[in-house]
Design a protein around this ligand. Structure first.
Ligand SMILES: [Zn+2]
Length: 123
């Protein structure tokens, strides 16, 4: 499997939503005044990982603050790529549990993948 081919399916917005969900579990909150972001425009900006205008304290904040990619040049999707590429290999049982599939189904699909290796096998 050429990993590079498949990780491109991870899009920026989805990557950012998962990063925010993991590192900012309390949701969109202004780091200056601690108030939740509520206006539609501000929420749209937050979920697009753009600077957010807080209507309470009238200041802008960077929604990435509190995540590993704050104050870096890393894009959300690049961070998720890094996480996935740095993961150890999972056992078929762990994959089955993660995907909600039976161990049998996972083993069958892994065997199929082994039979359809394009361009010279796994990476
Ligand atoms: Zn504020």
């Amino acid at each position: 499997m050429v990993v590079r081919h498949w990780i491109e399916t991870i899009k920026r917005k989805d990557a950012w939503l998962k990063i925010a969900e993991y590192y900012l579990p309390h949701g969109p909150i202004c780091p200056d005044c601690g108030q939740p972001v509520q206006s539609k425009k501000a929420l749209d900006d937050y979920y697009a990982a753009k600077r957010v205008w807080c209507h309470v304290c009238k200041r802008q904040f960077n929604p990435l603050i509190g995540t590993p990619i704050a104050d870096t040049s890393w894009k959300p999707e690049e961070f998720v790529h890094l996480v996935l590429l740095s993961m150890p290999h999972y056992s078929p049982a762990e994959i089955a549990q993660c995907l909600g599939k039976s161990l049998w189904a996972v083993r069958e699909m892994l065997a199929k993948l082994g039979n359809y290796e394009p361009q010279g096998g796994p990476r």
